[in-house]
Design a protein around this ligand. Structure first.
Ligand code: RIB
Length: 296
């Protein structure tokens, strides 16, 4: 049993400061962190730390950051056979400001923009045998369309995390097994509709993260269920959504019902925000199980 993550590998360049600078202003920051990130790699690492066999499908550049990403995936026991190093391009980077209790991020896609049909076809033997395939929006949309179409034809379960926000064809939402927007992304996707109305269109399929409130979904077309978030001291929320997605995929493949899978993934996300860096706080299986035991 394995999980395939098709997505981005970014090096995150995080500056922590007491506040954000205004336009045209220079301020002094407190701390610099250069660490592995990217929604795809984050979700792969989150799932692997929780014990899943994970294959990453993506691209890095032939630079020091590309090497750093591959090494960090290895260290986390993610299989990188299908992470291709592209000559003459830069590895994706994310430029993150951490201030006033939240992050703001600018992504330069670099090699992530070269994840194309050829890379998918090359990895098809592991994608087509995956228990679940995870996708996000930091690689070309044409590639995502191709994967969703092929997976639908071959009845392969897909979890689509529509982040960062990009218009999403309704047809994709029908085709995938799970779609996991945050509330902000869901509001853009379904302008003018309430949370309950949006969730009711995709019962047991749309899993909406609603920040500190927790996670909402519609149970069997009946009503909205909210699984509350776990309150912890927050250091950095970067990658919390990715930790949630990776952990949710693990628990679903292990056969947990949706409600329990969400509770498990919520706990993983809560664990992760207590350290700086997208992957810095992601829990190992034992760590998460200890946390869940203490909560009981
Ligand atoms: O979801 C968090 C991730 O978004 C960061 O690691 C950064 O790389 C951006 O892609």
């Amino acid at each position: 049993m394995h999980i395939a993550v098709i997505g981005s590998c970014n090096v995150d360049i995080t500056v922590e400061a007491s506040r954000r600078p205004h336009a045209g202003e220079t301020i002094i920051g407190n701390k610099l962190l250069v660490s592995p990130g990217g929604k795809g790699a984050n979700q792969a690492v989150a799932a692997a730390r929780l014990g899943a066999k994970v294959y990453m499908v993506g691209c890095v550049g032939d630079d020091a950051y590309g090497q750093m990403m591959i090494e960090s995936l290895h260290e986390n026991r993610v299989d990188t056979t299908y992470v291709i190093t592209k000559k003459g391009v830069s590895t994706g980077t994310a430029h993150i400001t951490l201030a006033e209790g939240d992050n703001s991020i600018i992504v330069l896609k670099g090699a992530n923009d070269l994840v194309g049909i050829e890379e998918i076809d090359r990895a098809w033997s592991i994608i087509s045998t995956a228990e679940i395939v995870l996708l996000q929006y930091e690689i070309p949309m044409d590639t995502i369309a191709y994967v969703i179409k092929k997976c639908k034809e071959q009845e392969i379960k897909v979890l689509l995390n529509p982040a960062p926000f990009t218009e999403t064809p309704r047809e994709w939402m029908q085709s995938v097994a799970y779609i996991t927007p945050n509330e902000h992304e869901a509001k853009f996707l379904f302008e003018g509709q309430t949370r309950d109305e949006i969730l009711a269109m995709y019962p047991d399929k749309m899993i909406m993260t609603i920040g500190a409130e927790g996670v909402a979904y519609n149970q069997q077309g009946n009503h909205t269920v909210i699984i509350p978030g776990i309150k912890v001291p927050v250091v950095d929320t970067t990658g919390a959504g990715d930790t949630f997605n990776g952990a949710f995929a693990v628990s679903i493949t292990e056969g947990l019902p949706i409600k329990e899978a969400i509770a498990f993934a919520n706990a993983a996300a809560a664990y992760s925000v207590q350290k700086i860096g997208a992957q810095g706080g992601m829990p190992l299986r034992e760590e998460l199980e200890d946390m869940l035991l203490c909560k009981k």
